[in-house]
Design a protein around this ligand. Structure first.
Ligand code: AP5
Length: 234
């Protein structure tokens, strides 16, 4: 277990990270999930895994992701429901990149109610487009366990090799500039409205995601502590 997870926190609910591509949701959600001892559920990672394994789902979603569009809600929800039926999510989970449409958010509300969870805690990562483009163009990801690096801000010790497990680092096909443009447009059109949806429910916090990884991490821990003080769930 890494130093960042030295102090265990209990979660007992769904923590949702909203934000545009490259905002740092994956980087932070992996750390928080480890710290809380709950699963990190990235729908993007799950689809990429299905593509790598060559499953039917992978074959269906690969061309959609290559274009930078969102996968249809029914495919997303089926995959998420299956994942949440596993026993490891009994103490909560961190969602990274889900929900991404109003329909997904409404269905998630129903699933959480059915599973006896209270309202989720939702954090919106805000960051300007210039920084997003720089982060996505500099991102390299471990092909073994998905550790995230950046050639500008968080380079590996040895170029092309993961510090944690020695895996080969790869660039995501959807980080090409023309696909990034489509992903940002899909975010603006279909996902950004979710911030209002959760604000109306009184469960939305925001974090300045333009800050360093450490500063964003500190801000997230403060949000978790505040939520604990507010309703004692954590
Ligand atoms: P997904 O895999 O979810 O991608 P995304 O949401 O576009 O987000 P990213 O993974 O690109 O960015 P991130 O915010 O996680 O940033 P990261 O931490 O890596 O989705 C991919 C595709 O799958 C979608 O386009 C869609 O087709 C499909 N899909 C997935 N979920 C779906 C859903 N629910 N519905 C429909 N379709 C779905 O950081 C980026 C870089 O910045 C890294 O190099 C990192 O090292 C660096 N960095 C991070 N934080 C900082 C910081 N604070 N300072 C400096 N550098 C930083």
């Amino acid at each position: 277990m890494s130093a960042v997870s030295a102090v265990r926190m209990a979660l007992n609910r769904a923590l949702i990270f909203l934000g545009p591509p490259g905002a740092g949701k994956g980087t932070q959600s992996r750390r928080i999930a480890e710290r809380c001892g709950v699963p990190h559920l990235s729908t993007g990672d799950m689809f990429r895994d299905a593509i790598t394994r060559g499953t039917d789902l992978g074959r269906m979603v690969e061309p959609i992701m290559k274009r930078g569009e969102l996968v249809p809600d029914d495919l997303v929800m089926k995959m998420v429901e299956q994942r949440l039926s596993q026993p490891d999510s009994a103490n909560g989970f961190v969602f990274d990149g889900f929900p991404r449409t109003l329909a997904q958010a409404e269905q998630l509300d129903r699933i959480l109610a059915r599973k006896g969870f209270g309202k989720p805690l939702v954090v919106d990562f805000t960051v300007g487009e210039d920084l997003l483009l720089r982060r996505l163009s500099g991102r390299w990801t471990c092909s073994v366990r998905g550790e995230i690096y950046n050639i500008y801000d968080a380079p590996p010790k040895n170029a092309g090799i993961c510090d944690a497990d020695g895996g080969k680092l790869i660039q995501r096909p959807d980080d090409r500039p023309e696909v990034v443009k489509e992903r940002l447009a899909a975010y603006e059109r279909q996902t950004k409205p979710l911030a209002d949806y959760y604000r109306r429910q009184g469960v939305l916090d925001t974090v300045n995601a333009a800050a360093s990884v450490e500063e964003v991490g500190r801000a997230l821990r403060e949000i978790l502590k505040r939520a604990e003080g507010r309703d004692g769930h954590l």
